[in-house]
Ligand binder design. Structure first.
Ligand code: PEP
Ligand code: MG
Length: 338
């Protein structure tokens, strides 16, 4: 266990043979981004913006969001890659509600907007297009502000629960239209790096097509395991089925990584499994470029990466992929029986 009080020096980590793995943090607000920077995170791989929208009577306006996004980027001092810095990045996920996340003023319905209903990007493209537009304006303006600051991390944007190329294209069109509006108004902004989350079997199976359209993919293994295994996140009796170590989920993950790289996109994992140092070798071996997790596990995962050799990790991943059962996968990874 690392000492919790001492800030960890922000140092990028590589495998023993020199493959750099970005180890980033999942955060829910700007203060958590600051805490993550103190723990040595290379940036933020998942900023869950829904927390900005919860516990209030109306949504945050454009300026309030702009401030929150800028402050999160300013928590990291690596500068942007374009300025010769380490290239820290804060990946902001657009509003991801529905499923088990409710927001009173959005009039969500537990079934219509449940795990198999309208949630994630689909709400932003349909019933709540107004909220999406305000958020995109705040994000593009914030991206412009931090891109002009050589000290601050860059801002990237990703869309949650993408199910199809059609949805992704529609989201990208909204970005274009917001950029055109800001141009017309003479407001400063920048085009952020853009990404799609892979959290559904549909997205995993078409990862190459999605990757052709964006800069990166980020795998939400919590939802991906739920949907691949048809095991709801809100049913306790299904907890053990929602394990990313089931061969079907591992295949979906492997296919996503291949698809991402075939489409010249980098790929991250931001589900819970990314923060388990016992699974770091598997994920690095599958070819994942970035891992994002609760800030507390950042030092442990960094230490694990520094111990790995790419070829050995790839072999481990191959053996895990060849296993027929979760039990065999666990055996391959040297994990105790469940
Ligand atoms: C996931 O589904 O793995 C994920 C990171 O998103 P959330 O847990 O917020 O649904
Ligand atoms: Mg999710």
């Amino acid at each position: 266990e690392a000492d919790e009080s001492a800030p960890v020096r922000h140092e990028r980590v590589q495998t023993t043979d020199g493959k750099e793995i970005e180890v980033a943090a999942n955060v829910g607000n700007a203060a958590e981004a600051e805490a993550a920077a103190d723990r040595g995170a290379d940036g933020v791989g998942l900023y869950r913006t829904e927390f900005l929208f919860l516990d209030r009577d109306s949504p945050p306006d454009e300026d309030e969001q702009y401030e929150a996004y800028v402050v999160a980027c300013e928590a990291f001092s690596g500068g942007s890659a374009a300025d010769g810095g380490a290239g820290d990045r804060v990946v902001v996920r657009t509003l991801d509600v529905g499923g088990d996340k409710d927001v009173p003023y959005m009039d969500l319905d537990p079934v219509e907007n449940g795990f198999l209903g309208e949630r994630g990007i689909r709400l932003s493209l349909g019933a709540h297009a107004d909220l999406f537009e305000t958020q995109l304006r705040a994000l593009l303006r914030a991206a412009g502000r931090v891109a002009a600051d050589p000290e601050s991390a860059d801002l990237a944007v990703m869309f949650p629960l993408v199910r199809s190329v059609e949805e992704l294209d529609a989201a990208l069109e909204r970005v274009e239209s917001v950029a055109a509006d800001l141009d017309d108004e003479g407001v400063d902004y920048a085009r952020p790096e853009l990404g799609a989350m892979v959290e559904t079997p549909a997205a995993a199976l078409t990862a190459d097509r999605l990757a052709d359209r964006v800069d990166f993919l980020s795998v939400g293994t919590n939802d991906l395991a739920q949907y691949v295994m048809a095991a709801s996140r809100d049913v306790d009796a299904m907890d053990d089925l929602r394990d990313p170590l089931y061969p079907a989920v591992l295949r979906a993950l492997a296919r996503t990584v291949e698809g991402a790289h075939a489409g010249d996109a980098w790929v991250g994992v931001c589900g819970e499994m990314a923060g388990d140092p016992q699974l770091t070798e598997l994920l690095v071996g599958l070819g994942v470029d970035e891992l994002s997790m609760g800030a507390v596990t950042v030092p442990d995962v960094k230490a694990r990466v520094a111990d790995l050799e790419s070829a050995a990790a790839a072999e481990t991943a191959e053996r895990a992929l060849a296993a027929e059962t979760r039990r065999e996968v666990r055996e391959t990874l040297g994990l105790p029986e469940e």
